[in-house]
Structure formats: structure tokens, C-alpha cells
Design a protein around this ligand. Structure first.
Ligand code: PMP
Ligand code: GLU
Length: 402
């Protein structure tokens, strides 16, 4: 029997999304044909201007320790970018902390704000890492189920129902992983008002803000007036909009005293984020040529989304799904399809064995009635995978009818 690990890890499970992706790669390496629609990672390469800025940074010797909170050029570029997206609202670069991916930014924010006895509300279905990060802070995640009639989003009323005197925080993701739902500005406002009234911190995960199928970027907490943002930390990053997952750059915009705590924490854990990657990201956030690449990628995601929705509507009209307005996820309902008491886990296991397609069961996000498909996959792989999924669903329906 190995020695027990620290109590810090008592609730810890490895990330399901990362595990499924690793399993898919293992099967491929073993020669199996697998269509991977599991991982939320853009299939596009990093925009050349950003990649080149990273290469040049290495060649120019930007390979020493970075300033702990991030290089000024990147902090300014992020501040200017956020400001522009929110109608030129002032954004102070001194309140932006650059970290090793937005997952790290989320960890820094939660570890700085939450601790033992605190409860943190998390609208569910929720991205796999939120409850785990909250547990690592020794705080308690409290899942708040979203409303099926409302794209699985939550309202201030739902939050109220789940809050107690111990509620200290809320992690809200919009555009949402895993559902693709997007909160309207009015919905964000009413949640911000509720949080202000109840002294609850909001961690606003806006990593998918640019991947939105409305006319402009998705509504943000930064579109709200200052008095509603006093207890808000906004998370953004380079991974999704700029197809820079491997560079590992994320950022948090936080009130000054929270920024200070997070920066001190980071000074003892990572000493700041990868230095050349920060230069690449500064180009991504600031250069107009990269902006053109972002628009091209978002347009490709939109085309895929439209086609996916159309195919599900016409080919398997009985299958319920969340209307996807942002991010690159399609969340559809599978409970009962493989058997009366079965859900996403059974559906995904059979889909992998019978059709070689990898999806993520809803159980990973706290609701196994559903499964998540990522359409951040190359068109050919996506089309072939969706052909197989629809064929599988039709086969299951025929077997049930027989
Ligand atoms: N938030 C959400 C909702 C995500 O889906 C992801 C995906 N990895 C992250 C944060 C973290 O992204 P990264 O660490 O690559 O910035
Ligand atoms: N966020 C992506 C996903 O949900 C990448 C994997 C991860 O970090 O969880 O698939």
C-alpha cells in the first residue's frame, strides 16, 4: 500500500478531457482509426505573425526570467484589446496578471480568494477543472444546475437558491464550455447585481469571448458599469481565439489588492509565464494581421456550427441539443439512447468501440444526460465523425423500435 498523499489532493481526479484526448492519441498510435471530436483545441496553426514574434524573441535573447506579472508589452496589449472589445472602456494594464495558461489564471484567482469553509457556486454543466480547482483551495464547489429551457444557463434566482452564508464566489463561463450557450448582457447584469448584493466574488471565465456567432464579441462583464465590477476577476487568454494552446499564456484582470495577492502567489510558483511565449502573445493581442486570422478562424467555426446544427435538425430531429451561440462545442442529449438507464458514459463508450469516434460524456461536466462534441476539428475529421455519430444514433433508434 503506497503512503497516502496529502489532504490537498483528497478530491483530486485527473482531467477527463485531457485523459480522453490522451486515450485517443494512444489508440491512433496503435493503428486504430479514431475521429477525435473530444478536445477543445483549435485545429488551426498559430497565426504566423505571432509565431514569428515568438521565434524572434528567442533569437533576441528574451530567454531570461520574465517580470513576474508579465512583460509590459503583453499586459498593455491585453488591456488595449479588452478595452477595444468593450467600447474603449478604460482597462488598467497594472491590474493584468499574465500566467501559464488561463487554467493557471483561474487557479491563482481561486487560491487567492477562496479557502476552507467557503462555498463557490458553479453553474452546471461546468468545465471539468472548475470544481477541481475549488477543491484544491480546500473550498467547496456547489453545482447550480442550469435550466434546460434556457440553454442550460442559470439566473440570479437559481444562484440565490443555492447560496448560503458560506457562499463566497461564483465561476461563470460565457461563452460556455461545454454547452456553447452565451449569456446576454442583461443576464450578466442581473447576475452581477445579485453578486454585488450578496458580497460574492465573480470569476468571469471569458476565454471564449471572441468565438461568438453574434455580430460582435460575446457580452462581457467588462461591458457593465464599474460599480458592478468591484468584486470581479475577468479571465482571458491566447489559447482559443489565437489557436495558441501550446504556448500556455493566460491572463486575469483583477482589482488591485487581488492582483497583488495573485502576483505574490505566482512569484513562488512559476516566476511568471514563459518569456518568449509572452512576446508571441503580445503580437497576437495587438497586431491587426492576427486580427484578420481570428476573424477567419471564427468564420470557419461558424460554418461548421451551422452545418452541424442543420444535420442534427434534419437527420435526427428527436435529439435535443443546446443552441450553440459561441465557443466550439455542441452539447446534445443522449440519455436513454443506448439503454433505459444509460447516459453519456455508455453512449461514448459504445460510440468509440462501434464507430471509432471520441466525444466527452456529460458526466465529466456534472450531467451525464448529455455528451459534448468539439467542432474545433479539421473539416474532414468533423464530417467523418458526424457521419458516424448520426449513423450510430439512427441504428440505436432502429434497435429500440424493433
Ligand atoms: N477555461 C475554459 C472554459 C476552458 O475550456 C479552457 C480550456 N483549456 C481553459 C479555461 C483553459 O485554457 P488555457 O489554460 O489553455 O488558457
Ligand atoms: N478546455 C479544453 C476542453 O475542455 C481543453 C482541455 C482542458 O484543458 O480541459 O476540452
Amino acid at each position: 500500500m503506497p503512503e497516502p498523499l496529502s489532504l490537498n489532493l483528497v478530491h483530486l481526479k485527473p482531467s477527463e478531457t485531457i485523459a480522453i484526448s490522451a486515450e485517443t492519441k494512444r489508440r491512433r498510435a496503435a493503428g486504430e482509426e479514431v475521429f477525435d471530436l473530444s478536445l477543445g483545441e483549435p485545429d488551426f496553426d498559430t497565426p504566423p505573425v505571432a509565431a514569428q514574434a515568438g521565434i524572434q524573441a528567442i533569437q533576441k535573447g528574451m530567454t531570461h526570467y520574465p517580470p513576474n506579472p508579465g512583460i509590459p508589452e503583453l499586459r498593455h496589449a491585453i488591456a488595449a484589446n479588452l478595452s477595444k472589445l468593450s467600447g474603449d472602456r478604460p482597462v488598467n494594464p497594472d491590474q493584468i496578471l499574465v500566467s501559464s495558461g488561463s487554467k493557471h489564471s483561474l487557479f491563482n484567482a481561486c487560491f487567492t480568494l477562496f479557502g476552507p469553509n467557503d462555498q463557490v457556486l458553479i453553474p452546471a454543466p461546468a468545465w471539468v477543472s472548475y470544481p477541481q480547482i475549488v477543491h484544491l483551495c480546500r473550498a467547496e464547489p456547489v453545482l447550480v444546475p442550469g435550466d434546460i429551457e434556457w440553454g442550460l444557463k442559470v439566473s440570479a434566482k437559481d444562484l440565490d437558491k443555492h447560496s448560503t452564508t458560506r457562499t463566497r464566489g461564483l465561476i461563470l463561463c460565457s461563452p460556455c464550455n461545454p454547452t456553447g450557450a452565451v449569456y446576454t448582457l442583461a443576464e450578466l447584469r442581473s447576475i452581477a447585481e445579485w453578486a454585488k448584493k450578496n458580497d460574492v466574488w465573480i470569476i468571469a471565465d471569458e476565454i471564449y469571448r471572441r468565438i461568438n456567432y453574434g455580430a460582435v464579441a460575446a457580452p462581457s462583464f467588462l461591458d457593465l458599469p464599474d460599480d458592478l465590477l468591484e468584486r470581479t476577476v475577468v479571465i482571458c487568454g491566447a489559447s482559443k481565439a489565437y489557436a495558441m494552446t501550446g504556448w500556455r499564456i493566460g491572463a486575469a484582470l483583477a482589482p488591485p489588492h487581488v492582483f497583488k495577492g495573485m502576483a505574490a502567489l505566482q512569484s513562488h510558483t512559476t516566476t511568471g509565464a514563459n518569456h518568449p511565449a509572452q512576446w508571441a502573445s503580445a503580437a497576437a493581442f495587438a497586431d491587426e494581421r492576427v486580427e484578420a486570422d481570428v476573424l477567419r478562424m471564427v468564420s470557419a467555426f461558424r460554418t461548421r456550427r451551422d452545418r452541424l446544427v442543420e444535420r442534427f435538425r434534419t437527420e435526427v430531429p428527436g435529439v435535443e441539443f443546446v443552441e450553440p451561440h459561441g465557443a466550439f462545442y455542441f452539447f446534445f442529449r443522449v440519455d436513454g439512447l443506448t439503454g433505459p438507464k444509460e447516459g453519456g458514459a455508455a453512449f461514448c463508450a459504445r460510440l468509440m468501440t462501434e464507430e471509432g469516434v471520441a466525444l466527452v460524456p456529460g458526466a465529466a461536466f456534472g450531467d451525464d444526460r448529455w455528451v459534448r462534441l468539439s467542432y474545433a476539428a479539421a473539416d474532414k475529421e468533423l464530417d467523418a465523425g458526424v457521419d458516424r455519430i448520426l449513423r450510430f444514433i439512427k441504428r440505436l433508434a432502429a434497435a429500440r423500435a424493433a
